[in-house]
Design a binder for this molecule. Sequence first.
Ligand SMILES: O=C(O)CCC(=O)C(=O)O
Ligand SMILES: [Fe+2]
Length: 351
Amino acid sequence: MATSVHQFTSFSGNSRTVISEKARAATFSEIPLISLEAEKQELVRQIRTACTQVGFFYIKDHGIEQKLVDDLMNSAQEFFRLPMEEKNDIHFTKSKQLKGYEGFGDNRTESERKPDLNEQFSWGYDKEMDPDQETVFESDSFLYGENSWPSQVPELRTAVKRYFSQILLLARRLMSLFALALDLPENYFVDMLKHPGAMGRVLHYLPQPVEETNVLGIGAHTDIECCTILYPGEVPALEILNPEGEWIVATPIPGTFVINIGDMLARWSNDFFISTVHRVKNITGQERYSIPVFVGVDYETVIEPLETCISLHGKKYPPVKAGDYVYKRLAYSRFDKQDFENMLDQVGVSK
Ligand SMILES: O=C(O)CCC(=O)C(=O)O
Ligand SMILES: [Fe+2]
């Protein structure tokens, strides 16, 4: 049996053994590379294998132009270069939906709540950015609020809109493939992506000391929503925990996105799809930027293990409302215990 250096327990209560703090490079067979232009049945087969065995995969032939990514990266970098006081004008604590700027150490993603060595700019779904928008948009969720944009860099808003609108289309495409991979009707999840609880962010990581694991770009965690569509930039620093308990580096492959399953889809599929533990350890000596988009369903949706996935183990998770689940998780890593509880009271989410 492998010697454990560390035990990692995710928010869902699943526990994983880590056998070494040091990461090694991944081979392609460990993190599959999937072409979205593959023949449909074959594509669904590859997606099912990736989601049930790895929880992470690269996609190519996705149709998103690199220019949209570059424009967003450039304007976000311009924002990050602003003086701290100006960035703090849109500090996330001023937004009920926790959108806007988060400084170094504001976020404590890891279960032991060590501060993350990154700053970030976040936005949420807005129907103006959605090419497939419903004409009627009705929701009682407070999470669909205004985004916080920096007045100093107006092009950031334009670049986000252009990028996010294309990513939303890709998100619906991926979610229909996930439905097929779970033997559900193709539109099963897409019908719950009418005004999806999707959020995007640009992250800026500083280089960190080579063998320091006490401070990480992002501490070990699993993602909250159904899946994440990540543009990982060019700097290799994203590490994923493989079934043997080793950290392996998901090296960026030009022209691809990294897709991973999050806890919402793991819960929905009763852990048939794996929400894989990952972290960012930037020991390259270079600054790093990445753009994850977290794809969640309409915030009103109740998520409960699917009948098609409960035969072996029964239902492993109680039902949760998507918006409550997301908010609780976001607030948990951003506030201390007392403030966290006050925030939940204020927005009416049960503890
Ligand atoms: O920056 C990355 O590569 C990953 C970011 C991440 O894991 C997250 O924001 O949840
Ligand atoms: Fe993540």
